[in-house]
Design a protein around this ligand. Structure first.
Ligand SMILES: [Zn+2]
Length: 411
């Protein structure tokens, strides 16, 4: 097969964007509405224009480039990802998808293709929540889920409000609604992202074609026992909340695997009260993050956890659980998956269907349009660190698939 994309140009764009960092030598730190964000947008707008796109910055700072279609009245196919980073992150998380979209436009230009549908490429703001928290801000504004009232109270760690930061970027908080895309306003959204996990590297597949973004639940569990003196209370009859919590936590991986070996469970936070070295813990409060292909699997794991916790009540503990977040799985569009699979097969690339364990802008945009998501390998599965890496030939294979699928979707 003839490769259309230019690996050299992809590398040049990734390296140029990575240089717009507030922490040179210590990874990519490109926070929304920062000077580095501005510099990256200026650079990318220039590359988009070189690729034949007309560019604009929408009312919240998303950069959009447009290749007019033969029928301009049709809704465009939107391709892209986010341009912000976590503090001291890598060069690929986000920019890989933006660069893939721009390279797609370069390929259209080189082949002299005028698509029937318009093609729009996008570099979105604040997906990571690195400055204002929450995350997925650009896509949530695009889908009309966040307006000025919801955005006004948001502040960064230095107390700068979102509105003030926007004003410094030449934008107005009151006009954020203008960025919202009405239902039917785009025909499809396609995103390339690094996998941020080890699967593709282990299997040797060129790309992962995402079937769905996993369902997830975040719980807070509180186990209450009885405090006591660490020296004078005999071991027999103690109700040590931390010992009880540790028992439950240690059993979680097995309990999860018994229900679905592909499901994942994580306890990332624990607080112990009263928290003295010589005091038997009265309460242990911990987080449980559960993710699986299907919400039914997540529910089954939650239910097994609740049964296990109920067994503590029989021996004198009080137990409470609160669900802080519950998101069902987001299926990817059959049509777009089909286009990605056909493109990968035309290229002779090994591909695998896989779920996405992380949320992405595509998850949010699925509320207004069919979406597709494609992964390229991440070395050692690492992400959100300066060591994040995808070989450029691996990235180029993913971009080739995006170009071919986009050509089909815009035809
Ligand atoms: Zn990302």
């Amino acid at each position: 097969m003839a490769q259309h994309v230019s690996e050299g140009r992809i590398r040049e764009m990734i390296e140029a964007v990575a240089a717009f960092t507030a922490t040179p030598g210590r990874g990519t730190t490109r926070l929304t509405y920062s000077a580095q964000h501005r510099a990256a947008l200026d650079y990318l707008a220039g590359r988009m224009q070189e690729a034949g796109l007309s560019t604009r910055i929408d009312s919240v700072g998303n950069l959009v480039g447009r290749l007019e279609g033969a029928d301009p009245s049709l809704a465009p196919v939107l391709v892209g990802s986010h341009i912000d980073s976590v503090p001291n992150g890598g060069a690929f998380d986000g920019p890989a998808g933006v660069v893939a979209a721009i390279e797609t436009a370069f390929c259209m230009q080189q082949l002299g293709v005028t698509p029937r549908r318009p093609l729009e490429v996008i570099a979105m703001i604040e997906e990571e929540g690195g400055r204002f928290g929450g995350g997925l801000l650009g896509s949530r504004i695009l889908t009309g889920q966040l307006g000025p009232e919801a955005l006004a109270p948001m502040c960064d760690s230095e107390g700068v409000s979102l509105g003030e930061a926007m004003a410094g970027f030449g934008l107005a908080l009151q006009e954020t609604g203008a960025a919202a895309i009405p239902e039917g306003g785009i025909h499809a959204f396609l995103e390339l992202h690094i996998e941020q996990g080890p699967v593709l590297e282990q299997t040797g597949d060129a790309v992962g074609i995402v079937t769905s973004i996993v369902a997830l639940s975040q719980l807070e569990v509180r186990i209450t026992g009885a405090a006591g003196h660490a020296g004078t209370t005999p071991m027999a009859g103690r109700r040590d909340a931390l010992v009880a919590a540790a028992g439950v936590i240690a059993e979680l991986p097995g309990l999860c695997a018994a229900i679905d070996p592909r499901a994942v469970v994580t306890v990332g936070q624990i607080d112990v009260h009263p928290g003295g070295a010589n005091v038997i813990p009265e309460a242990a409060i911990f987080s449980v993050d559960v993710r699986a292909d299907r919400v039914g699997t997540v529910d089954a794991i939650k239910s097994a956890l609740r049964t296990r916790l109920a067994s503590l009540e029989a021996i004198g503990y009080a137990v409470g659980t609160e669900e802080l977040l519950a998101v069902p799985e987001t299926p990817m569009s059959e049509e777009i998956r089909g286009a990605l699979i056909a493109a990968a097969e035309d290229c002779g690339f090994a591909w695998r269907p896989m779920p996405s364990g992380a949320g992405h802008d595509a998850m949010v945009l699925s509320k207004i349009a069919p979406v597709g998501l494609i992964f390229v390998p991440s070395r050692d599965g690492v992400s959100h660190t300066p060591e994040e890496w995808t070989d450029y030939d691996q990235l180029a294979r993913g971009v080739e698939v995006v170009f071919r699928a986009t050509r089909a979707l815009t035809a």
